[in-house]
Design a protein around this ligand. Structure first.
Ligand SMILES: Cc1cc2nc3c(=O)[nH]c(=O)nc-3n(C[C@H](O)[C@H](O)[C@H](O)COP(=O)(O)OP(=O)(O)OC[C@H]3O[C@@H](n4cnc5c(N)ncnc54)[C@H](O)[C@@H]3O)c2cc1C
Length: 436
């Protein structure tokens, strides 16, 4: 049988969305199905917002957002990147925390010690008793969190309740812990505190401090084509509805074009998926229970956002005004990302609260991102149960569909689960048919 005839004999499957969930689902299912991928934007979603940055005669593409990860929490992502040949490098994300007046509250660096990283106080922080108190409270908090992780009952309380019970010190919580987690989860402090405690502790104790931060050496433009193999990609194709059509599902674009598929994987965010699924009222109601928050990211060269003194800073600067609902966080990409190191200083600032000079801004992008509560977790479990019903043809994946912080790992985890339910073997899982 020829390759084209073989392809035509396979059942048809649509994937909606090309974030990492959609890309990994398409990649894992392409051998069993004739896969068509729909994306509303002009480029595959993971790389849809990237910008070119030219300085010092060098041109490099900057991913927005920058996607970092670590060993210990990103098991599926590492396995996937390894399988498709993505090169991974370490990335320094040590930080400096400053108040509304730019006064430094804590400044730390990281040194590599074999496979591990060790943090140390930097600059004048070494001389400030308040910085030592923060460092000590941090140490105590992480030691206790490690002891508490896995304990029964943590799923029944929020992270805020856990902090009240464990009392790690207000200064540490307000200055370091909440600002760090607000950027990790890209949400307000109140949403961080509403996370189930077990999910937050699992992340905080995964080894992120000891094992360090990593990123894909060549960025998204190297990753996306490795996953879009043997599929029919349709960009600029926003999907309006997905509805039952006999033994199939009909996928209708906003321009009115329609096509029927044997299976449909919706890999858009929950609120986007809810707007698409027609005739699936129960699932729509469950999807509408997944909360999400909005935030924006600026890529710019405006050094005014740095705390004083601007020399010798760590790559990540936290601006933590008293009484604000989330931090403003700037990453100096030339310090954090090896492939940008030869260029003029350029920042990625999440949640810019202060003015960034318009002539220094390369891009500003708005995002939505799911958060997790005890209620959303119940909704996700009900959605997972609905996919296990015999004859199901509508599948949901995305970072909200796993019991984890909605990061890249949760997105890949969810697409692995859907691919397995659709009969695909997961190449990096021992014992599955495709393990070769
Ligand atoms: C500012 C920021 C920084 C982040 N940094 C990190 C990080 O450093 N590390 C990390 O692990 N995670 C990070 N994340 C989280 C990470 O980006 C998400 O977990 C990941 O993108 C989720 O992937 P996804 O495929 O589930 O969803 P998405 O990436 O949101 O993809 C959904 C896709 O569906 C498409 N779509 C939506 N509606 C339609 C429609 N009607 N028709 C067709 N297509 C549609 C969208 O255009 C999009 O391409 C960050 C998130 C943000 C917002």
């Amino acid at each position: 049988m020829g390759a084209e005839e073989n392809r035509r004999q396979k059942p048809s499957l649509a994937v909606i969305g090309t974030g990492i969930a959609g890309l990994s689902a398409a990649y894992l299912l392409k051998d069993l199905y004739r896969v068509t991928v729909f994306e509303s934007q002009a480029r595959a979603g993971m790389g849809a917002h990237s910008v070119d940055y030219v300085s010092n005669g060098i041109s490099r593409r900057i991913d927005i957002p920058l996607r970092i990860f670590c060993r210990g929490y990103y098991e599926n992502l590492f396995a996937l990147y390894n399988h498709i040949g993505v090169e991974i490098v370490t990335s320094d994300h040590s930080g400096i925390f400053a108040d509304e007046a730019g006064r430094v509250m804590l400044h730390y660096g990281n040194i590599q010690w074999g496979e591990s990283q060790i943090s140390y106080l930097k600059g004048r922080s070494w001389l400030r008793p308040a910085a030592w108190t923060l460092a000590l409270q941090s140490r105590r908090f992480f030691a206790r969190a490690k002891r508490d992780t896995g304990q029964v009952g943590l799923a029944q309380i929020s992270f805020g309740e856990y902090l009240q019970q464990s009392d790690p010190g207000q200064a540490f919580v307000g200055t370091i812990l909440l600002p760090m987690l607000s950027v990790t989860c890209t949400c307000d402090y109140s949403a961080v505190l509403a996370y189930p405690a077990d999910i937050m502790l699992e992340y905080l104790t995964c080894g992120i401090h000891e094992l360090g931060i990593m990123s894909a050496a060549k960025g998204v433009e190297d990753i996306v084509p490795r996953m879009l193999v043997d599929v029919d990609l349709r960009t600029n194709s926003p999907i309006a509805t997905i509805e039952p059509a006999g033994e199939q599902l009909r996928v209708v674009t906003r321009s009115g074009a329609d096509q029927c598929f044997d299976q449909v994987v919706v890999a858009a965010q929950a609120q986007q998926a809810a707007a698409m699924v027609s005739g699936f009222d129960e699932r729509r109601a469950l999807l509408n229970r997944i909360p999400f928050e909005r935030s924006s990211m600026s890529v710019h060269t405006d050094q005014q956002i740095l705390p004083a003194p601007a020399k010798g800073l760590s790559p990540v600067s936290y601006h933590v005004p008293h009484g604000s609902s989330r931090a403003e966080v700037s990453v100096d990409l030339t310090k954090a990302i090896a492939r940008l190191s030869g260029q003029e200083t350029v920042f990625q600032t999440w949640n810019p609260m202060r003015r960034i000079a318009p002539n220094r801004e390369l891009a500003r992008v708005d995002f939505t991102r799911p958060t997790v509560t005890r209620d959303s977790r119940e909704a996700v479990r009900a959605l997972q149960a609905s996919q296990s019903q015999p004859g199901n043809r509508l599948w949901l994946c995305g970072s909200y569909m796993a019991e984890k912080i909605p990061l890249l790992e949760a997105a890949v985890d969810s697409s692995v689960a859907v691919a397995e339910q659709l009969g695909a073997a997961i190449p990096w899982r021992a014992g599955t048919a495709a393990a070769n």
